[in-house]
Write a protein that binds this ligand. Structure first.
Ligand code: ATP
Ligand code: MG
Length: 413
């Protein structure tokens, strides 16, 4: 009797070959663009102490209060699967003793875990391409990070994206604004959704980014942080905009961008596509000047962003890549060893090769077809004796007899 088939956990998907091709393409573009801005890759743990996220992201955020995969391990330690990359990056920066090593520009690619309600573009295990700069003092760092995000997405060929920026102020100017916002919100509690009402006291700025339409209508005249910035924050925000203009990066100001995590200050931004509905944010980030200090390091200004790999892949759709260059068809038992050797030689030329395993010509051509091979190399006894092979171009049907060197040149085209 056949066993029952097991399924993956809800909201956790497999990366099958066609999808991974797209992911790899995105990753390659990221690596290439980030290298031109002198960023280095880091590979950080997936398991971290739960306390790291409670202290950095903040207890009242959705992520920490209800979305973390946190548990006690066999030794009684509280650990969790990382829901995001910034906190772990800061921990590693401090633990690695890099605070005196000059500005650190890091990027990472890897899975994150949040127990959200699964939807299209919203998974429980998803991948982020993240970037952090530790020691990013001025607004030009913000402008350059945004320019880098912009060239990454442009290079991918994703158009119709909007970069939206905001300033969240700082501990000097935010409290007064927060009070003004709370009194505004308290006047319209009847028309705000339940979640918004809960947030007024705990995290009033989060109300601004509520997705409910009736709430948004109610918020039309809500006070905006950008009109309550202190001098230093205002200078920073205009410096960022001057930088973006100099770099020709299109943007618009959106006073509703607040970010769900506690540690952000000043610059916050999102890059949004109108093609993904409520899951339209493909890249998001901001400045977090107090986080390194809060996690026990010296005061160090920092900025970062993360892009959702699966959401980017949804925008790109399928990429047609012929994965197999050559299928090798061997006609007759006696040529098998020779055909294996020829396959090895082709692979030494960095070609991707599938040996069709011998047997009837019909069976082997069927395999070549299914593999989507661009070329078929046919090897029979004549070919083995003459040292020539027959090459068939599968797109045109054209066949020719060739020596090995010529063969490689044609396939590499
Ligand atoms: P959203 O508003 O869509 O919930 P977020 O503000 O929670 O996003 P961040 O924590 O800033 O997102 O993460 C950065 C990026 O990671 C997002 O812009 C998105 O592309 C991606 N991302 C976040 N959560 C998920 C998820 N559950 N599934 C897939 N991608 C995600
Ligand atoms: Mg979220």
């Amino acid at each position: 009797m056949a066993g029952k088939r097991l399924q993956s956990i809800r909201g956790i998907h497999d990366g099958l070959p066609a999808e991974v091709l797209v992911w790899r393409h995105i990753e390659e573009v990221a690596r290439k663009v980030f290298a031109t801005y002198a960023f280095s890759e880091v590979r950080l743990p997936i398991l971290e102490p739960t306390e790291l996220f409670v202290r950095s992201i903040g207890e009242i955020t959705d992520i920490v209060s209800k979305e973390m995969y946190a548990f006690t391990d066999q030794g009684g330690d509280n650990i969790c699967l990382r829901p995001e990359g910034t906190a772990g990056a800061v921990r590693a920066y401090l633990q690695g003793g890099l605070t005196r090593a000059g500005t650190q520009r890091w990027f990472y690619i890897g899975p994150m875990f949040r127990r959200e309600r699964p939807q299209k573009g919203r998974l429980r295990q998803f991948q982020q391409i993240g970037v952090e700069i530790f020691g990013a003092n001025g607004p030009l760092d913000d402008a350059e990070v945004l320019a880098m995000a912009h060239s990454f997405l442009s290079e991918l060929g994703i158009s119709e994206l909007n970069l939206e920026i905001n300033s969240l102020g700082c501990p000097a100017c935010r409290p007064a604004y927060r009070d003004a916002l709370i009194s505004y919100l308290n006047k319209c509690t009847d028309n705000l959704c339940e979640t918004c009402n809960e947030r007024i006291a705990k995290n009033p700025m989060r109300v601004l980014d509520c997705k409910v339409e009736t709430c948004q209508a109610e918020l039309q005249d809500a006070p905006e942080m950008i009109h309550h910035l202190c001098k230093a924050c205002e200078t920073h925000f205009s410096g960022l905009q001057d930088g973006l203009k100099a770099l020709n990066v299109p943007y618009r100001i959106n006073a509703r961008i607040v970010r769900g995590l506690d540690y952000y200050n000043r610059t916050a931004f999102e890059i949004i596509s109108d093609q993904l509905g409520a899951q339209g944010t493909v890249l998001a980030g901001g400045r977090y000047d107090s986080l390194i200090d809060e996690l026990g390091g010296p005061p160090t200004a920092a900025i970062g962003f993360a892009a959702g790999l699966e959401r980017l892949a949804m925008l790109l759709g399928g990429i047609k890549v012929a994965a197999v260059d050559v299928a090798v068809v061997a006609l007759g038992e006696q040529v098998i060893p020779y055909s294996l050797q020829q396959s090895a030689l082709l692979r030494q030329q960095d070609l991707s090769v599938v040996h069709c395993g011998g047997g009837s010509a019909k069976r082997q051509f069927k395999i070549a077809d299914r593999e989507g091979a661009r070329f078929v190399v046919v090897i029979g006894e004549d070919e083995m004796l003459s040292g020539l092979v027959t090459l068939k171009n599968m797109a045109t049907g054209e066949q020719q007899q060739l020596a090995f060197d010529q063969l490689v040149n044609i396939i590499k085209g």
